[in-house]
Write a protein of this length. Structure first.
Length: 237
C-alpha cells in the first residue's frame, strides 16, 4: 500500500487489490438440471437426503441427545415410552411392563434369582431351588433393576409371558434367524432360540415369505418419481 499526496494537498491511498479480490470472490456451483440428476441416479438403489429441521420437530433425536441441565426437567412420559420402545426393539407398553414385573415376582425361579442377587448365590448348583437352576450358567451376568431381572441389557422373561413375547417378536414374520436376532437385542429366557425355531417353522406366513424371497430378484433402478427415502434424524446442536 502506498500513500501519495495529491496536488491539492489531499492524500491518495494506492493499493494492489489482487489478494483482496482472491479472498472475496465466491465459489460458484451450478445447480444441476433435473435431467442431469436423473441421469446420475438412474442406476442407484440407495439415496440420501440431508435436510435441516428444528430439534423440536425431531422428538426422539432431541430427547436422546438432551444435555444434562442444572434444573431437572421432567421428561414427557409418552416420549420416554417411545424412546424405550425404540431402544429395546419390542413394544414394551405400560401394561406389558407391569405384567413382566408382576410375573417376575410371582415366578418361583425368578423370585429366587432376585433373592440370590441380593444375598449371593449358593456355592453349588444343587443348593439352588429347582426352578432357578436353569439360570445357574448365567448367574454371574444377572442383575436386578427396576424389579426386572436383566441379563446383559436383556429382560429375563418369566415363563407365563414367554408365548406372548414370542408372538410380539414374531409379528413381523422375519424368519428364524432375524427373529432370533431381534429377540437377542431385548429379551432372554433359557431355551428361547429353540422356542423361536419351533414357532417359526410352524408359521405359514414365514413359509410363504421364505419361498418368495428365495427367488433371486434383480435390482431395479428407482424411477425418479418413485424414489423411496427412509428418514433418519440426527441432532447436531
Ligand atoms: Zn411367521
Amino acid at each position: 500500500m502506498v500513500i501519495r499526496e495529491k496536488s491539492n494537498g489531499d492524500l491518495r491511498i494506492c493499493l494492489d487489490p489482487e489478494q483482496l479480490k482472491k479472498a472475496i470472490v465466491r465459489k460458484r456451483y451450478v445447480i444441476p438440471t433435473s435431467d442431469e440428476l436423473a441421469c446420475k441416479v438412474k442406476d442407484q438403489a440407495i439415496f440420501t437426503v440431508l435436510d435441516l429441521k428444528w430439534g423440536k420437530h425431531m422428538h426422539i433425536a432431541d430427547l436422546l441427545s438432551r444435555n444434562c441441565l442444572d434444573d431437572p426437567v421432567q421428561d414427557d412420559p409418552e416420549m420416554v415410552e417411545v424412546v424405550h420402545e425404540v431402544t429395546k426393539y419390542i413394544p414394551l407398553n405400560h401394561n406389558l411392563r407391569l405384567a413382566l414385573i408382576r410375573e417376575t415376582e410371582n415366578d418361583a425361579g425368578l423370585s429366587a434369582v432376585m433373592q440370590y442377587y441380593q444375598n449371593g448365590w449358593p456355592n453349588f448348583k444343587k443348593q439352588v431351588v429347582a426352578e432357578a437352576q436353569q439360570y445357574w450358567q448365567v448367574r454371574n451376568d444377572l442383575f436386578v433393576e427396576d424389579n426386572f431381572v436383566i441379563l446383559n441389557d436383556r429382560i429375563v422373561v418369566p415363563p407365563l409371558l414367554r408365548n406372548l413375547l414370542l408372538t410380539k417378536l414374531h409379528s413381523a414374520h422375519l424368519g428364524i434367524e432375524k427373529t432370533k436376532a431381534r429377540a437377542r437385542q431385548s429379551v432372554y429366557w433359557p431355551g428361547m432360540s429353540k422356542d423361536i425355531t419351533i414357532l417359526t417353522k410352524k408359521c405359514r406366513t414365514c413359509e410363504r415369505h421364505s419361498a418368495v424371497s428365495s427367488t433371486v430378484a434383480r435390482l431395479q433402478p428407482h424411477l425418479n418419481q418413485s424414489i423411496k427415502i427412509k428418514h433418519t434424524n440426527r441432532d447436531i446442536s
